[in-house]
Write a protein that binds this ligand. Structure first.
Ligand code: DOR
Ligand code: ZN
Ligand code: ZN
Length: 402
């Protein structure tokens, strides 16, 4: 199969041409000369996006979302892979429970998948033995589920296992965690989820300046912390309640500075669906959906700000595969790489609407926001799985390899 006459953008190139796909892989790229005008108006082919932070809620909270609905949602908006979080019920604290999640995904996932392992009160030996996961998720603050760990000695024990640890930390716990990690001699790779404060970005910038540490620490940021502040919390009430909470204009500016100078490595959504009824109730439910607004929010903003789309692709795809050491050849449009691709018409403009969401969560605080770029086709391993309107595939997601 061939995709012809498109602008091919990934982390390393922005060229016009054709690509040839065979047996699920890109086998040839042929560059072609075009006028500047044609180049600007051409359809764009990106590597499929990967979302390194979603809560697809299965098992335990399938009424909010499940792997099937969450992965369909992902695919329909250009996200061909995801890492799901361990705060399901039961939490992903044992290899047995991990295996069950993977078995569900094998049968029901429309996109490629990986599952985080959770740091529990007494699962040290399970963490030591587990493999084929992006990392161990350690919660240092309260959020959905009951996974918070306050004992700093336990944090250090988990760091000392030596495997990548991803942290839910906020402000003060963020600083304490990084301090402990440094004092332990940085015995593992550290990934910081959902940056939200200027102080967090500045701390990571400083750590990365130390050459021996630069490759051991990574950071993600979510669209909601790039586009909204506490003022939106006031405006939208519970529908903008999440952890970490929305911060100030200055924090938001710091997120973009971190994106531009590489302190922040990647985008992630923290897709955290809850029902409308839950959000309207007296109880507090942290989180908002995100996997169906990731592409449009960021693609549009990169265009508006005149930022380089190679960086957009790096931060939504290649960097994630690279920093999490995924063994599959994914995230670039390159000979030998898997043909997980998204075809976009950049000339289209419209607005975000939850009406076309595949998620069970059919609301978003971004509703009505002006966006650009129509997703016309999504390919998974060379097969057209979304045609711009309908999902065409069966459940063909594969386990990502680490
Ligand atoms: O708002 C949030 N919701 N933040 C998180 O970190 C977790 C998530 C959830 O699981 O609902
Ligand atoms: Zn979190
Ligand atoms: Zn989360």
């Amino acid at each position: 199969m061939k995709i012809e006459g498109v602008r091919i953008i990934d982390a390393h190139q922005d060229v016009f041409g054709d690509i040839k796909i065979q047996d699920g892989k890109i086998v040839e790229i042929t560059e072609k000369k075009v006028s500047e005008d044609e180049f600007e108006k051409a359809q764009i082919l990106f590597p499929g996006l990967i979302d390194p932070h979603v809560h697809f809620r299965e098992p335990g909270f399938e009424y909010k979302e499940d792997i099937e609905s969450g992965s369909r949602a992902a695919l329909s908006h250009g996200v061909t892979g995801f890492f799901d979080m361990p705060n399901t019920n039961p939490p992903t604290f044992t290899r047995e429970i991990l295996k069950e999640k993977k078995q569900i995904a094998e049968k029901t996932s429309f996109a490629n998948y990986a599952f985080y392992f959770g740091a529990g009160p007494d699962n040290q030996s399970e963490i030591e033995k587990v493999d084929q996961v992006p990392g161990t998720k350690l919660y240092l603050n309260t959020t959905t589920g009951n996974l918070r760990m306050d004992d700093e000695n336990r944090w250090c024990e988990i760091f000392r296992i030596g495997k990548k640890v991803s942290l839910h930390a906020e402000g003060d716990t963020f600083e304490r965690a990084v301090k402990n990690w440094l004092e332990e001699g940085s015995p593992c790779e550290l990934h910081l989820c959902h940056a939200s404060l200027r102080s967090e970005v500045e701390l990571v910038r400083k750590v990365k300046q130390e050459k021996s540490l630069a490759n051991k620490i990574t950071m993600e940021v979510c669209p909601h912390h790039l586009f909204m502040t506490h003022k939106d919390r006031e405006k939208h009430g519970a529908f903008c309640c999440m952890k970490p909470e929305l911060a100030t204009e200055d924090d938001l500016a710091a997120m973009w500075e971190g994106v531009l100078d590489g302190t922040i490595d990647m985008f992630a959504t923290d897709h955290a669906p809850h029902t409308k009824e839950e959000k309207e109730s007296e109880q507090t439910f942290y989180g908002i959906p995100g996997v169906e607004t990731l592409f449009h929010l960021l693609f549009t903003e990169f265009l508006e700000r005149g930022y380089n789309l190679k960086k957009f692709s790096a931060m939504t795809s290649h960097n994630i595969y690279e920093k999490f050491r995924i063994k599959d050849q994914k995230g670039l449009i390159k000979s030998g790489y898997d043909a997980d691709l998204v075809l976009v018409d950049p000339n289209w403009s419209g607005a975000i609407s939850a009406d076309n969401f595949y998620s069970k969560c059919r609301w978003t605080p971004f509703a009505g926001r002006a966006i650009r770029g129509e997703i016309q086709k999504v390919y998974l391993a060379g097969e057209e799985v979304f045609d711009g309107e309908n999902i065409l595939s069966g459940q063909e997601g594969q386990a990502l390899k680490f």
